[in-house]
Design a protein around this ligand. Structure first.
Ligand code: G6P
Ligand code: MG
Length: 214
């Protein structure tokens, strides 16, 4: 029986991809690397350092670790500038209502995000208090599709993995849920998220009751 929901953040509760894109694009321009919105799709759900590696690959650039660290920090400083101005009206359609509905059914709510900025984003959206557990990129060492982030989430909610349902928009995230023996609702397209137990366009398109029955 499902007793807890574990939400990915970026692409499920809020669309931060546009801010990641602005910051990565600024860095890519500085490095004279061509980087399009289409390339940005490949960075969804991917960690900061891996994202940088993908961009450097696009420009066939091979840089040392210290230089890469510096570039990632630079990108993050720009990204933080952008998200600092976020407001609650950037919560994706239906997300808040879905979480509130789950709360009325005594379902525990957890966050499982690869982002080290997850806390800042939740604060800006004014939804931190809805979460019984928050696992962000600061608490994990293995990136999705490793299930670590969701397993830690389940543990923090004091639930078994089988009692948790994951909501994910990235292929690697759906795989992380499957690898953690959890059921998963994919947010996005069936072509990409076929491994999920159900796929919907967004949280506005599914009720808590329907989610509990996937
Ligand atoms: C999420 C996003 C990725 C991002 C990652 C790390 O998974 O979908 O695009 O690279 O978080 O975010 P951070 O805020 O730590 O750089
Ligand atoms: Mg995501």
């Amino acid at each position: 029986m499902i007793k807890g929901f574990l939400f990915d953040l970026d692409g499920v509760i809020v669309d931060t991809a546009k801010y990641h894109f602005l910051a990565w694009k600024r860095l890519a321009d500085e490095l004279s690397i061509p980087f399009s919105e289409n390339d940005n799709e490949r960075l969804k759900g991917v960690s900061r350092m891996r994202s940088l590696d993908i961009i450097l690959e696009l420009g066939s650039l091979n840089l040392s670790e210290p230089v890469k660290e510096e570039l990632a920090s630079k990108k993050n400083a720009w990204y933080v500038e952008y998200i600092t101005n976020m407001t609650p009206d950037e919560i994706l359609p239906g997300a808040l209502e879905f979480i509130q509905q789950a709360k009325t059914k005594d379902i525990k709510i957890g966050l499982g995000s690869a982002s080290k900025n997850a806390m800042t984003i939740l604060e800006r959206l004014k939804i931190t208090n809805y979460f019984d557990a928050i696992i962000s990129g600061n608490e994990v060492s293995k990136a999705k599709p490793d299930p670590e982030v969701f397993l830690k989430g389940a543990e923090a909610l004091e639930l078994a993995p089988e009692e948790c349902l994951v909501f994910e928009d990235a292929k690697a995230g759906v795989e992380a849920a499957v690898n953690g023996r959890m059921k998963c609702v994919g947010i996005g397209s069936k072509d990409v998220l076929g491994a999920a137990d159900a796929v919907v366009e967004g949280l506005a398109a599914i009720s808590v009751t329907a989610a509990l029955n996937v």
